[in-house]
Design a binder for this molecule. Structure first.
Ligand code: HEC
Ligand code: HEC
Length: 349
């Protein structure tokens, strides 16, 4: 195979407006929720058990790191704008919620998805919630009043959070400025049940070494596989986990996530240094054209070196999937994901 990485680079120009990092996850999530006909086992609603998150400087720092660099809470929970070429939450509106513009996420007509205000404002945010109530939303997908949250909220990934990390996130959320910002609520024309999306959880060998275990943990709470798995007939096939092909279309361009399995058609060619430079600069190996900002490198640029090494080590263990994909090539029909993308015709079922 021609070495796509260094020949043409990536054709998509970043720097366009209105990018919503959440779209991929949103799309994926809707696809999964769209399986309305398949009966689902609703997870029993846990009681908001005693759970307290006492504020300490260490938890505050850890929470700031997790939220700002890994879990991307504010990518969804804030309206964004471009300032000096950067995609950042609107001034003074960090965590104050976000109504997803119609058409941005493929939802049936009439649907409205709102990532609520999660600032400590007592009336319009989560200032009046107990620590246990916040944790129940974060890790179990249950709102304060007991209703199940739409799984665009990645609680099904966050349920792996260690108690210390969950507490740190809560302590940090309570430290941000409260913003009074009343928003409408999510309305969906299909019923929502708590759905842990077990199909899309990458497997982890029981005896995996600590570093790989840690990489698995980070990949989940950062949502790598959610964005890097295609939607095929409304579902994300576990056999194509991390193989790329999720389609994003909007003012930011027309782009597919790439294959990050260790296959030659994926990132088999990347050593740890290249992987690190790609994640932290948004340019393949630090020198290629800038990746589309739908890939959250603006968050990932502050990842700790040990965390990047862990992610790399974990991604080396996921099953290799042969799936050629390149955003700078002419789009051709791909028999694997049914989409038209660069190098699609090089793939076989
Ligand atoms: C991919 C987008 C996305 C990400 C990332 C995300 N959320 Fe959410 N979150 C949502 C949406 C959408 C809802 C509302 C779902 C609904 O209305 O059914 C929500 C709901 C919530 C709620 C319940 C609020 C309420 O008023 O009911 C809390 C608390 C919350 N999120 C916290 C977080 C935290 C903390 C993080 C990061 C660790 C996070 N979210 C990351 C999209 C996201
Ligand atoms: C919100 C969606 C989204 C999330 C979350 C996401 N990615 Fe991506 N990623 C993309 C898209 C889209 C591209 C392709 C961008 C382009 O071609 O311009 C990409 C590209 C990449 C590339 C470049 C691959 C290559 O062959 O050049 C790597 C490496 C990568 N992602 C790793 C990760 C890792 C690791 C995570 C989790 C820590 C992650 N991504 C999370 C959407 C996402």
């Amino acid at each position: 195979m021609r070495d796509r990485k260094y020949s043409s680079g990536f054709g998509i120009k970043a720097g366009l407006l209105f990018v919503l990092l959440a779209v991929a996850t949103a799309t994926a999530v809707f696809a999964a929720s769209g399986r309305a006909s398949r009966p689902k086992q609703a997870t029993p609603i846990p009681k908001a058990a005693e759970f307290t998150a006492k504020a300490t400087p260490a938890r505050l720092a850890r929470g700031r790191y997790l939220v700002g660099t890994v879990t991307g809470c504010f990518d969804c929970h804030s309206e964004h704008e471009y300032v000096n070429g950067q995609w950042i939450p609107k001034k003074g509106m960090l965590g104050a919620g976000n109504v997803f513009p119609p058409g941005f996420i493929p939802l049936p007509p009439g649907a409205q998805v709102v990532a609520p205000n999660i600032t400590p404002d007592r009336e319009t945010g989560i200032g009046s919630w107990t620590d246990a109530e916040i944790d129940r939303a974060l890790q179990h997908g249950i709102a304060k009043d007991g209703h199940p949250l739409f799984n665009l909220m990645p609680y099904w990934q966050y349920n792996v959070l260690t108690p210390e990390d969950a507490k740190s996130i809560i302590v940090f959320l309570r430290s941000i400025p409260p913003v009074h910002n009343a928003l409408p609520v999510t309305k969906l024309p299909f019923p929502v049940t708590v759905d842990m999306k077990k199909d899309l959880i990458p497997s982890l060998p029981k005896n995996a070494p600590a570093q790989i275990r840690h990489g698995w943990y980070l990949a989940r709470i950062a949502g790598c596989e959610d964005c890097h798995t295609p939607i095929v007939r409304g579902q994300q096939p576990p056999s194509m986990m991390f193989a790329g092909g999720m389609h994003f279309q909007g003012p930011f361009g027309n782009v597919f996530s790439l294959n990050i399995t260790p296959s030659a058609s994926g990132i088999g060619f990347m050593n740890e240094g290249m992987f690190s430079r790609t994640l932290t600069t948004g340019r393949v190996n630090g020198t290629g054209n800038k990746l589309n900002p739908i890939m959250p490198f603006e968050d990932f640029r502050n990842l700790k070196p040990a965390d990047i090494r862990a992610l790399y080590a974990f991604l080396r263990t996921v099953p290799k999937v042969r799936h050629n994909i390149d955003n700078s090539d002419t789009a051709t029909l791909c028999p694997l994901d049914g989409e038209k993308h660069g190098l699609g015709d090089r793939n076989e079922k």
